[in-house]
Design a binder for this molecule. Structure first.
Ligand code: IMP
Ligand code: MG
Length: 369
């Protein structure tokens, strides 16, 4: 993902796909024009990169020139097209091929047609690398179209957002949802995960999704997914991943305007982790980090036994049970640690020390994301 001015953009069309498309277009035009020597006219500024690559791939002799028109302000097309550099060459009886980076509303194209009306060209052909059919309001024929794209703002490969982004070799699409910070929080029993999650959600304005809470809520309120989960639990079976995933996804959807999430108790395995990636992707977002509190076993055992004295939780008073819970945690976490490490998203944070110290260390990681 990249940021230009105030907006975020995500990868959309790769260099390779662009290159293949330009090759295909050059071949199509060459094939149609036979021995004609065309004049390719790029519409500046946006088309400079396309024109450059196009003519390199054009297999026969040709001429190249540019005109400069401007219509866009920020991310909106305007009716008011300005002619900044006009035609400087006699085009009588020539085959002219307009090379446009993108056709959006068609206003610029309208202006192009106006310019060429009195030029007595032999034929005027329009070739555009990108085309937004849902934005196009004119009915001029587009003779060659590279890639049809949805009506969303793009940058890169010549296209800019208020001056920036033209230099990018690939194309990026604007993100429609705001930037989110999504954390997967891990910690062995006794690491203080709950306490830290509470601080972090306040500080970063995140929604804390604790899988345990989500399950209890859905089962208590008898939601369809809650009842489904309950039916497995009643039979003594594990709740299938998909049920858990659907419940978590519903929770994410409930908080559509969230600035991010802290996932706690989810994902538990690689299947769930991949599902979470898909859920975040559908929101134009991603998991930014898996943060794991790291605390030595002996410290955990001591803390939990201490807690057991006052909380009355049975599983906090038996050292064997405690050690087993810690072992289960490391078993489960190992796969996810690998999964997120592989994407450079794993951050181990020293969970030994005062609550404030640990919060400080967590914030250091999050502030750098
Ligand atoms: P139209 O006049 O609305 O068809 O828009 C054509 C011009 O607007 C293009 O040549 C670009 O300069 C600009 N434009 C249209 N859509 C985009 C976009 O998604 N990103 C960047 N520039 C765009
Ligand atoms: Mg343009």
């Amino acid at each position: 993902m990249i940021k230009l001015h105030d907006k975020y953009f995500k990868p959309f069309i790769s260099e390779q796909e662009i290159s293949d498309t330009v090759s295909r277009m050059a071949a199509e035009v060459a094939n149609d024009l036979g021995d004609e020597v065309p004049v390719f006219i790029g519409i500046l500024n946006g088309s400079f990169m396309f024109v450059s690559d196009f003519v390199k791939k054009y297999p026969k002799p040709c001429e190249v020139t540019f005109i400069k028109l401007a219509s866009y302000e920020g991310v909106k097309s305007t009716e008011d097209i300005q002619r900044l550099i006009g035609l400087t060459q006699d085009l009588t009886n020539r085959t002219v091929v307009i090379l446009e980076d993108i056709i959006d509303s068609g206003n610029t194209l309208h202006e192009v047609h106006r310019i060429f009306k009195n030029e007595n060209v032999k034929q005027l052909l329009i070739a555009t690398l990108f085309y937004k059919p849902n934005a196009y309001k004119k009915d001029f024929k587009l003779h060659y179209v590279g890639i049809e794209i949805p009506n969303k703002f793009i940058v890169g490969y010549g296209l800019d957002y208020d001056g920036l982004g033209r230099d990018l070799p690939a194309v990026y699409q604007i993100k429609t949802t705001q930037h989110m910070t999504n954390l997967v929080l891990f910690g062995p029993p006794g690491a203080g995960k709950g306490t830290q999650a509470n601080f972090l959600k306040e500080k970063y304005n995140l929604v804390h999704i604790s899988t345990g809470d989500v399950f209890r809520f859905n089962m208590k309120n008898g939601t369809a997914l809650g009842n489904l989960a309950q039916s497995y639990i009643d039979k003594g079976d594990l709740v299938p991943d998909q049920v858990t995933i659907d419940m978590l996804e519903a929770e994410v959807e409930k908080n559509a305007d969230a600035q991010g999430f802290i996932f706690d108790g989810f994902p538990r395995n690689e299947f769930q982790a991949k599902a979470l990636d898909r859920i975040m992707d559908s929101k134009d977002s991603k998991v930014n980090a898996m943060i794991a509190l790291e605390v030595e076993d002996e410290v955990l055992v001591k803390r939990l036994l201490e807690r057991g004295k006052t909380s009355g939780r049975k599983d906090d008073s038996d050292e064997n049970i405690i050690r087993n819970r810690i072992a289960v945690y490391y078993d489960e976490t190992a796969i996810l640690k690998d999964y997120y490490s592989g994407q450079d998203k794993y951050f181990g944070v020293d969970g030994f020390g005062s609550i404030e110290d640990i919060t400080g260390r967590l914030c250091e990681v999050i502030d750098k994301l």
